[in-house]
Design a protein. Sequence first.
Length: 102
Amino acid sequence: MSDTIGSLVDKLITADLKMWNNQEIYYEIRHMDFAEFKQRYLSEEKNQEDIFNCFKKVADLNVQRNNIIDEIDEKIIKIIKDGISGKDIDSQGYIQKKHKTY
């Protein structure tokens, strides 16, 4: 079964939270001048690798986030088109009932 709007929104929130958590370093950098940045992140190879990995991870998460947003847009358009064409939206798998066991 394909993702529902709810499951896509859940994925989007997860990607957003991961981005948020990995951007902390950017807020630190935001308050530095270039000399401070060079001293902190470019003076040692380990620090250079750390900043590179941070940039890469956030860039990857941003691509993932944008792909999920596109999926949500496409899903909404499909639901609207199916609704306009008279299809029974409830039977199309757009809603996935949850079964909880306690």
